[in-house]
Structures are given as C-alpha cells and as structure tokens.
Design a protein around this ligand. Sequence first.
Ligand SMILES: [Zn+2]
Length: 79
Amino acid sequence: MTSTTTHVEPRVRPRTSDGDGKRYAHIIRAPNADAVITEAMVTGTPVVALCGKKWVPSRDPSRYPVCPVCKEIRAQMVG
Ligand SMILES: [Zn+2]
C-alpha cells in the first residue's frame, strides 16, 4: 500500500526577510507516509519529497501552496 501526504518545508533564513513566499508543501511517497512524517517531526530527521527536495517536515502544510514539481509528479503517478 502506498500513500502520499503533504508537508511544509520550513525555510530558515538567518538574515534575509522571510516574506518572499518561498515555502511549499511538498509531497512524500511512502508505504506509511503519515508515520514517516510524524517520526521525522519528532526526531528532526529529513525526508525526501517527490521532487527530490530533502527537508524536515513541520505542521500546517495547508497554509502553503503545494510544490508544483511534487504536484506534477503525483499527478503522473495517479494518472
Ligand atoms: Zn516538492
């Protein structure tokens, strides 16, 4: 069984403004995506999105636009 889920890529910017709207909700693909995300949030372990982006997930992915690359890849998988 395979499922996907969306999660936010937190972007840490030490100096520049954080107002450039570069955050995306990436999609990961795993047999137990929710469990993988949950564990990653707890342990701080990075996960790999469909687009190849590696990041440590955080909450509230719905607040951000879905990564266009992840979205396209998932659409191709579903179709
Ligand atoms: Zn992505």
